[in-house]
Design a binder for this molecule. Structure first.
Ligand code: XIL
Length: 392
């Protein structure tokens, strides 16, 4: 007799008898390979696993489609960010089983994919796109322009002098044409510009090198270049803290200006790097509504829920309480997202808690657990609450 795994909503007996049933069904009926992979995954989880306690027992999942992709497939794209190096390991397996969309965590950022004016590094991005095609998954492209990963060569001309506005815009056009052109028909949506809003600026735009060298026109130029390279791609402006009223209002103002000028913007990407404690669901709802009212598509592009308050690493609640709270928050968020008909995709910024950007750096504790699967790739309360939100 193995450990009691009923807290996972999946007993050893149930999962493995479901597994043998599924295996024979598959042989006789040609059932989808995703369901088969999912069954293998959950059966494997149950064998020899130590108990994984959660606060409240979950109802049995034996009859449910235990794949997020299957549960949400007809309504939302369910995605995760990944590095090419993770594709052949446990994260790649989980990605193919549970998700139907993928984004490169870093491989498509300008400095990564285009490190020199005449040097492209397509290998990692190609591997992610090939993986997605093989597994019939959608791909989001992230990102064509970001103040943090614009390679230095963009700003220097051949004589070592500061590049002119015209030269920078020509380089941007070349970059976008090459990258978007390469993945035309394979990447369905692009984060054309990332984190360009700064609510403390009078014109709402970040005072970065792009503003200083090109001026505000760089945003419209990027969207027009992307549309020319792939007219079918959905084009997004992507940012963080879009629930904050000042940031939201600035984003509305900038997007309205682009739309008034006939710039091809189809949607707003909400990064959604948030916490189990903040922000309120109502503030996220208000922000989504503001963009829906402009006729735009909303997507959640980099979702994670930190177990900490911002910069406060001494939580009053126990880990178990915070994991339960995280589950409840994921459930509430997903119900909100489902209620927004214009919201078409939810992408997590990572597959499982053993690989999250929140644990990188000297100023963080390094033990945050913001995703749906734990550090051994097992489903957390967050996973079950996300799955259940679909049937509520
Ligand atoms: C992060 C990656 O996760 C890290 O691996 C990298 O070192 C820095 O960038 N907002 C974004 C993402 O738009 O591109 C960032 O990704 C996280 C914040």
């Amino acid at each position: 007799m193995g450990p009691d795994l009923s807290v996972l909503g999946f007993s050893v007996k149930h999962s493995c008898s479901a597994m043998s049933g599924i295996t024979s069904m598959k042989k006789s009926s040609g059932m989808t390979s995703r369901l088969h992979r999912v069954a293998v995954f959950f059966c494997a989880l149950c064998i020899g696993q130590t108990s994984y306690a959660v606060d409240k027992p979950q109802p049995s999942q034996a009859a449910a489609p235990v794949s997020l992709a299957d549960a949400f497939g007809g309504r939302l794209k369910i995605g995760a960010a990944i590095e090419a190096s993770q594709l052949s390991g446990a994260h790649g397996v989980l990605l193919a089983q549970q998700f139907n969309s993928v984004v490169a965590e870093n491989a498509m950022k300008p400095a990564d994919i285009h490190p020199g004016e005449n040097t492209y590094n397509f290998g990692p991005a190609d591997a992610i796109v090939d993986f997605a095609q093989h597994h019939h998954m959608a791909v989001r492209g992230h990102t064509l322009l970001w103040h943090k990963r614009t390679p230095d060569w963009f700003w220097i001309d051949k004589d070592g002098q500061p590049a002119s506005r015209e030269l920078v815009l020509e380089r941007l056009r070349q970059h976008i044409n090459t990258v978007v052109g390469r993945y035309k028909g394979k990447v369905y949506a692009w984060d054309v510009v990332n984190e360009v809003i700064d609510a403390s600026q009078p014109n709402c735009l970040r005072n970065d090198k792009w503003m200083q060298v090109v001026g505000p026109g760089y945003i419209a130029a990027a969207f027009r270049d992307a549309h020319a390279a792939d007219p079918s791609a959905r084009l997004f402006i992507n940012d963080y803290s879009t629930h904050e009223p000042a940031k939201r209002d600035c984003l509305v103002r900038v997007v309205k200006g682009l739309l008034d000028d006939g710039v091809p913007v189809q949607g707003v990407g909400h990064q959604m790097h948030i916490s189990i404690y903040w922000p309120s669901i109502a503030s996220i709802d208000q922000s989504l509504k503001a963009f829906a009212q402009l006729g735009l598509e909303n997507q959640i592009t980099e979702l994670d829920l930190s177990l900490y308050q911002h910069k406060d690493y001494w939580p009053a609640l126990s880990l178990q309480q915070r994991l339960a709270l995280q589950g409840q928050r994921y459930g509430a968020l997903m119900r909100l997202f489902l209620a927004h008909r214009e919201l078409t995709a939810v992408t997590w910024w990572g597959v499982a808690d053993d690989h999250t950007w929140l644990n990188v750096g000297n100023d963080v504790p390094g033990d945050d657990q913001p995703l749906l699967f734990d550090r051994s790739q097992r489903p957390k309360p967050a996973y079950w609450e996300t799955l259940h939100s679909r049937s509520q």
